[in-house]
Design a protein around this ligand. Sequence first.
Ligand code: C2E
Ligand code: CA
Ligand code: CA
Length: 713
Amino acid sequence: MPWPQAKEQSEARTLLVVDDREANLVAMEALLGDEDWTVHTVNSGEAALQALLDLDVELVLLDVQMPGMDGFEVARLMRGNPHTRYTPIIFVSAIAHTRESVLRGYATGAVDFVLKPFDPQVLKLKINTLLSHEHNRRNLQLLSQQLDSARAFNASVLNNAAEGILVVGEDGYINFANPAIARMLHTDVEHLQGTALADHLASPQLPDAWRDSDFYKHWRNGETYRLHEAQLNTARGGTLPVALSASPLPRQQRSMVVIALDMSVVRNLHVQLETQAVTDSLTGLLNRRGFHQALDSALARVDRNGKRMAILYIDLDGFKRINDSLGHDAGDEILCRVARLLETCMRPYDIIARMGGDEFTALLDSLDHPEDAARVAEKLIELISVRHTVDGTEVTLGASIGIAHFPDCGQSVEELLRSADMAMYEAKRAGRQQYRFFSKEMNGRAHARLMMEENLRSTIDRNGFDLVYQPQIMLETGELRGFEALLRWDFKGRGEVEPNVFIPLLEETRLIDRVGQWALREGMAQCREWRDSFGKDLVLSFNVSPVQFGRAGLLDDLRRLLDEFQLDPHQLELEVTEGALMQDLQQSCDQLRRLRELGVRVAVDDFGTGYSSLAYLRHFELDTLKIDRLFIANMLDSPRDAAVVSTIIDLGRNLELEVIAEGVETVAQRDWLVAHGCQVMQGFLVAPGLTLEETQNFPSQVDWLQLDEVGSS
Ligand code: C2E
Ligand code: CA
Ligand code: CA
C-alpha cells in the first residue's frame, strides 16, 4: 500500500526528569529506575528543551522552580512546538502553591502536579497511566495520518481516472461524480451530484420507476449490470456514446458504482471504416459493395405505386487507351471527371457508383416511364462523349450504356446487374456510344450462359476437361518441334463445345485460372513421357489467358511443375495474345523478363490481329510469333494478307524470333511459307489436335511427300 503502515510504538519509553538540583535528579533516578522505561535527566530548562529535540520523550517530570528558565516557561515553550505539544508534563514542586500558580501551571499544559514529598508508588502509577495515554495518543495520531493519506490516495485515483465514475444510491440519485464524467458531459461535478441517473441517460430510456430499471434489479441481486451501447445527454444538448457498467458497492453503502467509458472515438472509427468499405476512394462515389447494398435496400422498399426502377450500366469507351498512353494519373483524372458528370445528370435521390475500372452504375428510382431511363442515358453519352483535355492533351472519350428495369429484367440485385451488364455489352458490340435496353432475347442468352457456367463449374470439380495436342513441324526438315496443348470440353457427353465459346466464359467467370493450372500440370506430365517415346525434348505450348498471364503466382507454379516433372524450361512455351500483353505494359515487361530468367519461352498468339504497335515489340522479351490462321487461309488469294504474312516473317527474322504459321491446310500454303522463309507450321495439313494415344504414334519427322491435303483424302 502506498501510505505508511501502522506501527505500534512500544520500544523505548523515555522519561525526562528536569531539576536544577543534582541531588534531586539522583534521587529521582533511584526512585524511578528498574522499570520498563529509561530515565533521562537534565538540570536546566534549556537543557530540557534540547533533550526534547534530541530524544523521543514520552513524559516529562518538570521542576517548577529553577533559576533562569522555570518550569512554567519550559512548559509554555513545549506547548508552542508541534513536536512536543501533546507530551504529558508532571510538575514536581517542593513548596505548596497558591491556587493561582497551580492554575497557571495547568494553563501552561501541565497534566498533573506532584508535591514533595510524594509517595513513589503513586508517582509510578501516575507515570504509567500517563505513558499509556501518550502511547494511545500517538497510535491514534498515526492512524489518522494514515487515514488522511488513504483518503487522498482514493481521491486522486477518482480524480485522475479517465473513465467517468458515478456513485448512485439505491434511490437512483447520484451521490458522487468524478471530474472525468463531468468533463465528458460538459458540466461540473457539483451539477451532477444530487441528480437522478435516469435524467442523464438518452438511451436506453429507463422506466418511470427507478425500482423497475435493470440498474436497480441487478443491484438488488448483487450483480454487475453492463450496457455496451448507451448514450448520455451532454449539457450542450448532444449525446455521447458510452459503455456503462454498474456494480454494487458493499451492502451497507446502499449504492452502486457506475463506470462510463467514452465510446465516441471507437464509434467514429467504426463509422469511418464502414464508409470506407462502401465508397470508392478515387471518385467518392459508392463502390461495388456500396451499390449492391443500396440496390438491395431499394429493392426491399420498392415502390408499390407503379413507378419503375432502372439500373444503368455505364462503360467508358476509349478509356484504356488514355490510361495506357497518358498514364494512370491522367486516367484517374478522367474517372473523377466522369463521376462529376454523372452527378450532374442525376436527380438527388438517384444512386451512382463506380464498379471498378472504367465501369459505373446508376440506380434511377421512381421513373414514370421506362423511356425516362433512356433519356438519362442519352444525356450521359452526350456529356461524356466530348473531347477532354488532360495535361494539355486532347482525348476523346465515349460511353456505352446498358439499361435494365425492375422487375421485368430481374428480381434480385445479381439478376438486375447481370442484365444491365449484358445490355451494355450489346451496346458495345453495336458499335459503342450507344445505349441498349435488356431484351427478352438477351434474357434467353443470359439463361443459357448461366446453365453453361454451372456446367463449367461442375466439370472443373470432377476434372472433366481434356487436352489434345496439335503437332508443330519444322518447315525445312519436317522434324517435329513439339505440340500445342488445346483444351477440350465434352458438354455432358453431348459433344464438344467450341473453345471459342466456353473459354471466354471461363475467363469472364475467372474460372480460367483453375482450368489453366490443371492444363499445365496435365500437359507437363505428358511432356515428360514424350521424352522417352520420341527420344528427344519436344516443345509444349500452352495457351495462357490474360488473367492467368497477369497472375503473380504463375512463375512459382511453373517453377514447381518444371521441377516436379524434371523438364528443361526451354521445353515450355506460353502463348499469350497481344491483348494480354497490352493490358498493362509495365507489368507485362516485368512478367516477360521473369519468364526469360526462368528460361520459359513466350510466343505471341494470333499475331497480326491485335492492335499492338511494332514499337512495343522491341521492348518485350519474346521468342516466337504465331501468325494468325486467318492470314494463312487468305494469303494465296489476297495480296494484302500475303504482304502481312511475309512482313511478319521478315520481322521475326530481324528481331530473331521464331515464326510459326498457324492453320496451314494445303500443300500450296506450305510451299509458299517455305519459299518465304517461315520456320514452323501447324495445321490440319499435318494434323488436328491429337489425343494422347495418337501422339504416341506420331512420327518424329514428317514425310512431306506422304501428306494429304485437308479434305482431299
Ligand atoms: P488458338 O490459340 O489460335 O489455337 C489454334 C486453334 O486453331 C485451335 O482451335 C485449333 O484446333 C485450330 N486449328 C489448328 N489448325 C487448324 C487448321 O489448319 N485450320 C483451322 N481452321 N483451324 C485450325 P481450338 O482448339 O478451337 O481453340 C480455339 C482457341 O481457344 C485457341 O485459339 C485458344 O485461343 C483457345 N484455347 C484453346 N485451348 C486453350 C487453353 O488451354 N487455355 C486457353 N487460355 N485458351 C485456349
Ligand atoms: Ca494458341
Ligand atoms: Ca492462334
